[in-house]
Design a protein around this ligand. Structure first.
Ligand code: GUN
Length: 295
């Protein structure tokens, strides 16, 4: 049997419709227009394409949006000053610095400089700490998007064996944490596998829900999953270019083989990617409401 395809594109579209209505309402009732700045340092092609997609979505939703491009050789102090400028700008509610940053810049220092109230990426330690103890905060966009996909697709997470492959700060650690919280989309029993795990397949074969953010193309093969598993593929690997110069993408799982065994699976592209961007928009609306005192 072929798996149900969990379309991030479709779910994201639905959430964007909801957000569009919310943006129109807060604008009309309170005169508040959500403001988002995305700061891009250098010209990494993947980062350029992510930031462009974020800006396009913000614009479509009626946000006040600024794309702030900075040269590769910007000094750390200059970047920190720029963030401080946006921290103090009342028309801006969300600040995103696209990662990775050039090596001469201390990433933690930059992320810590963003006001936690405008940290729509959910990377500031104040928000990370609140997430861990289950307090209201900005949730990191990719894990937040995964939760929404599972909940809106009717996947039962309570009591489920969830296996996460990857332990990054952006995906692996936060999704593992969120799925064990006492909340909708949580209450799971969570195992995290990483590069030092002795036998990854032993764990992945036990998974009712398998979340893969390994950053390597097709590392999860069909023999590593059980019948009926729900697979969330976070990988975005550029494996070539079309004759027109467009990137050819594939995920971290062997989609074609695994879809014959899984009960549900996310595609790449069109799975987690559109959800990540949409949750950034949701966080920005939340930030605007909180900063305006209408949340
Ligand atoms: N680089 C890869 N993913 C992300 C993300 O979610 N936010 C930011 N700021 N940079 C990223």
């Amino acid at each position: 049997m072929s798996a149900k395809i969990i379309s991030g594109t479709e779910i994201a579209k639905q959430i964007r419709e909801e957000l569009k209505a919310e943006v129109a309402e807060i604008k009309e009732k309170h005169g508040v227009v959500p403001g988002l700045v995305t700061i891009l340092v250098g010209e990494n092609p993947a980062s350029v394409s992510y930031v462009t997609a974020k800006q396009r979505t913000a614009h479509d939703l009626g946000f006040h949006s600024i794309q702030d491009n900075q040269p590769d050789d910007i000094k750390e102090g200059e970047l920190l000053d720029l963030i401080e400028k946006y921290n103090n700008d009342e028309s801006i509610h969300g600040i995103l610095v696209q990662l990775p940053l050039p090596r001469h810049i201390n990433e933690s220092k930059v992320l810590y400089a963003i006001s936690p109230d405008k940290d729509v990426d959910g990377f500031h330690p104040v928000n990370v700490g609140k997430m861990v103890i289950g307090e209201r905060c900005f949730l990191p966009c990719t894990p937040h998007g995964i939760l929404e996909m599972l909940v809106r697709s009717g996947v039962e997470t309570s009591g489920a064996e969830v296996v996460v492959v990857g332990r990054s700060n952006i995906v692996g650690k936060p999704i593992a944490n969120l799925m064990l919280q006492k909340r909708e989309g949580g209450n799971a029993t969570v195992t995290v596998c990483h590069t030092r795990t002795r036998d990854i397949a032993f764990h992945t074969r036990r998974a009712d829900i398998l979340i893969v953010a390994a950053g390597r193309p097709k590392v999860i093969t069909a023999d590593m999953v059980k019948e009926g598993v729900v697979v969330i593929d976070v990988g975005v690997n550029r494996i070539g270019k079309t004759p027109e110069g467009k990137a050819i993408l594939c995920g971290d799982v062997d989609f074609d083989a695994i879809k014959e065994k899984a009960s549900a699976i996310t595609p790449v592209p069109g799975g987690v990617g559109p959800m990540t961007i949409t949750m950034l928009m949701k966080n920005t609306v939340q930030a605007a409401k909180q900063l305006a005192g209408i949340a």
